[in-house]
Design a protein around this ligand. Structure first.
Ligand SMILES: [Zn+2]
Length: 588
C-alpha cells in the first residue's frame, strides 16, 4: 500500500478466501519518532454492554517497517501489543481475523458478503484515538458494493473511507457484497435501506417506503435530522437483533420478516427502535456513556432511559406514522412482546420485577442482562421493557399534570436540546428537566418506578387515556409454573418461576417430566394434559433427575395473568381526545 501523507492510521482490509471466513488486515501506524508504540483493540462495543474479548478472534500478527523488515512485537495484555519501531516512521501491522459470528456486534465473512464492525476489527494506537482513520477494502471478485455510514475518502476510489477519529470508525459497521440497496430522501438527506439476503422474498421497496414514513415522523417529532446520510444495514440472515450508530444501524432479521403481518410489524418496530437511537443514546446520552473506555465496563444506571424510552417510542412512532392500528399498537388481540400489552405482560409475569430495581438492572447489564441464566425472570427485570413502561407512565403523568398541554415528547425535545453535545446528562439533570416540563416534583415517581423493585401502578395512565385491561380467561387454567423444552424427545424443565408450585415443591431445572399421576406425559402433551386439571388440584409428578426417578407432590396453581389493554367502551369524549393526542400526535 502507498505511504500515508498525514499522520492518519490506515487500514487495508482484504478477503482473499472469504469462504474460509477470514478478513486480513494491514494497519499502518505513524510512530512520531518513538522507540516503541502500543496498540490495542476494544474488549466491548458501545450499545452492547458486555465484555466480549474481541481479540480472541485474531491470528498471525506480523509487524514490519515500510520495507518489510521485521519489528519486535510483544503482547502486553489480552488486547494490547507493543511494537519496537527501530526508528521507522511508520509501523505496518498485519493480522487476520476469524469472522464467523452472526450478530450485530461481531464480524461475519463468507463467500457472499462481509459484515465488519469496528471494535472487533480495527487495532489502533493507544494514544491515537483522535487521529483520522482511513479504511480501504479490497473485495473478492464478483462483489460490487460496500455500504457504511462512513464518509468516502476524499480523492479515494471505491470502497475507500475516512473516519475523523476512532470513535467514528467503531460506530460505523461496514457491509460488502452484493446487497439490494433502496434509497429514499427526507429533507434532501439520503437514506439507504441495504438488504443482504433480500432475494425474491423480502419486499425491499415496500419496506423502504414504510421506513421513509417512520423517518418523516421522527423528523416531525424532533425537528431535524442530525446527519448527512443514514444507512439501514438490514441483514436477512435468520439471526436477530439491532445495534445503533450515529448515522447507521446494523439489524438482523429473517428473510421472511415481511411475509406475515406480525413479523413485519416486529421488523418495523426494530427499525424504529434503532432509528430513535440516532437521538436517544447516540446524541442524548447518559454522562457515563462517553467518552468510551474501550477496555473496561462503562457503568450507567440510566439505560431505562437510553433503551427503555427508546423501546416505548419504537412502536408508538410506527403507530404515529400510520403503519399499525391503535389495537395493534396496544396489543389488544395479540399482546406480543413489541406491543404495549406485551411489555406489561413481560414485566407483570416476571417475579424479578419485585427483586431488582430497573436502575440496578441497568448498572448490572454487564454481568446480568447479557448473561441470562435459567433464573433470569426470577432475579432480574429488563431495563428495556420496564423502562418502556416507566416511559409510558411518565408520559401519562406529565399529560395529566399539564392538562394535556405537555407530554414526554416535550421532555425528549428539551433533553435533546440540552444534552446532545460533548457532555451527557446525569439522572438528577434528567429528573429536573422532567419536573420543569411537568411543572411539579417527580422525585416520588422516580423513587417508586426506577429506584425500587415495586409494582408499577397503571391506574393513572389507564384513566387518562380511557383504557382498561381485558378480563382474563387464563386464570382458570392450571399450571406447574414452569417453562419446558424438548430435548431428544424428552420433556425437560427449562425454568421455574419463583413462588410457583414447582418452585415450592422442589422440581428442578433440567428435571425430565415423565408422568403426572402415574400417566405418561409425552414431550408435546403437557399443556393438553394439564387441561384435565384445575388450579388447586393435588398431583404427583414423576420426574428423572441425573438418571434417578423421583416423585414430587404439588398443588397446581392458576396460569399467569395475560394483560391486554383495550379502549374502554365507557371512555369519555375527553379520554378519547387524550388517546388521540397520544397515538396520533400532530407535528409540533
Ligand atoms: Zn436499543
Amino acid at each position: 500500500m502507498s505511504l500515508p501523507a498525514t499522520d492518519s492510521i490506515i487500514y487495508l482490509v482484504r478477503f482473499p478466501a472469504p469462504q474460509t471466513h477470514y478478513a486480513e488486515v494491514e494497519a499502518v501506524f505513524p510512530t512520531a519518532g518513538q522507540a516503541s508504540i502500543e496498540v490495542f483493540m476494544p474488549v466491548w462495543t458501545p450499545g452492547s454492554y458486555l465484555v466480549r474479548e474481541f481479540s480472541r478472534h485474531l491470528e498471525r500478527f506480523d509487524a514490519t517497517d515500510a520495507d518489510g523488515r521485521p519489528l519486535a512485537l510483544t503482547a502486553t495484555r489480552k488486547n494490547r501489543w507493543q511494537i519496537e519501531t527501530a526508528g521507522a516512521e511508520r509501523v505496518h501491522l498485519r493480522y487476520r481475523i476469524y469472522c464467523r459470528e452472526m450478530s450485530v456486534r461481531t464480524n461475519w465473512v463468507d463467500e457472499s458478503f462481509a459484515l465488519l464492525n469496528g471494535a472487533p476489527t480495527f487495532i489502533t494506537l493507544l494514544e491515537g484515538l483522535q487521529k483520522p482513520h482511513e479504511v480501504r477494502l479490497e473485495l473478492p471478485e464478483g462483489w460490487t458494493t460496500t455500504m457504511t455510514g462512513l464518509d468516502a475518502a476524499v480523492g479515494g476510489g471505491a470502497h475507500h473511507y475516512l473516519a475523523p477519529d476512532y470513535d467514528t470508525l467503531v460506530d460505523s459497521p461496514i457491509l460488502s457484497g452484493n446487497p439490494a440497496v433502496h434509497r429514499f430522501d427526507v429533507d434532501g438527506i439520503p437514506h439507504f435501506l441495504v438488504n443482504e439476503g433480500e432475494g425474491s422474498i423480502f419486499d425491499g421497496p415496500r419496506a423502504a417506503t414504510d421506513l421513509e414514513k417512520i423517518v418523516q415522523r421522527y423528523r416531525g417529532f424532533l425537528g431535524s435530522l442530525p446527519y448527512s446520510k443514514y444507512v439501514f444495514l438490514n441483514l436477512l440472515t435468520e439471526a436477530r437483533g439491532g445495534l445503533e450508530h450515529r448515522n447507521s444501524v446494523c439489524m438482523m432479521a429473517s428473510r421472511w420478516a415481511a411475509s406475515t403481518r406480525k413479523s413485519y410489524v416486529e421488523w418495523l418496530d426494530l427499525a424504529s427502535h434503532e432509528f430513535f437511537h440516532v437521538w436517544n443514546v447516540k446524541r442524548l446520552r447518559p454522562a457515563e456513556l462517553g467518552p468510551f473506555d474501550y477496555e473496561n465496563e462503562n457503568y450507567t444506571r440510566s439505560l431505562w432511559i437510553a433503551e427503555g424510552f427508546t423501546d416505548y417510542y419504537s412502536l408508538l412512532m410506527v403507530r404515529r406514522a400510520g403503519l399499525v392500528s391503535e389495537a395493534e399498537y396496544l396489543g389488544t388481540e395479540d399482546p406480543t412482546s413489541h406491543t404495549l400489552s406485551g411489555k406489561i405482560n413481560e414485566v407483570q409475569t416476571a417475579p424479578g420485577r419485585l427483586e431488582q430495581p430497573v436502575a440496578t438492572a441497568s448498572f448490572d447489564a454487564w454481568i446480568k442482562f447479557y448473561r441470562p441464566n435459567e433464573n433470569r425472570d426470577n432475579a432480574t427485570i429488563s431495563y428495556y421493557t420496564k423502562g418502556a413502561l416507566v416511559g409510558w407512565l411518565l408520559d401519562a403523568r406529565i399529560r395529566r399534570l399539564t392538562g394535556g398541554a405537555k407530554s414526554l415528547d416535550d421532555l425528549i425535545r428539551l433533553a435533546c436540546a440540552r444534552w446532545s453535545g460533548e457532555r451527557g446528562y446525569t439522572f438528577e439533570e434528567f429528573r429536573s428537566a422532567a419536573e420543569e416540563v411537568a411543572g411539579a416534583a417527580l422525585d416520588d415517581f422516580f423513587r417508586h418506578t426506577v429506584f425500587a423493585a415495586e409494582e408499577l401502578d397503571y391506574a393513572e395512565a389507564l384513566d387518562w387515556f380511557g383504557l382498561q385491561f381485558r378480563a382474563n380467561p387464563e386464570s382458570e387454567k392450571a399450571t406447574l409454573g414452569i417453562e419446558t423444552k424438548v430435548d431428544d424427545g424428552r420433556l425437560l424443565v427449562k425454568a421455574i418461576l419463583r413462588t410457583s408450585p414447582a418452585w415450592m415443591s422442589g422440581l428442578n431445572v433440567d428435571d425430565e417430566i415423565i408422568a403426572i399421576d402415574d400417566y405418561r406425559v409425552h414431550a408435546n402433551q403437557l399443556t393438553k394434559r394439564l387441561e384435565n386439571y384445575h388450579p388447586g388440584d393435588r398431583v404427583t409428578v414423576l420426574a428423572a433427575r441425573r438418571d434417578a426417578l423421583l416423585r414430587i407432590n404439588l398443588t397446581l396453581s392458576a396460569e399467569r395473568n395475560k394483560w391486554s389493554l383495550e379502549v374502554s367502551a365507557s371512555a369519555t369524549p375527553e379520554q378519547r381526545t387524550h388517546l388521540r393526542a397520544w397515538l396520533s400526535a400532530p407535528r409540533p
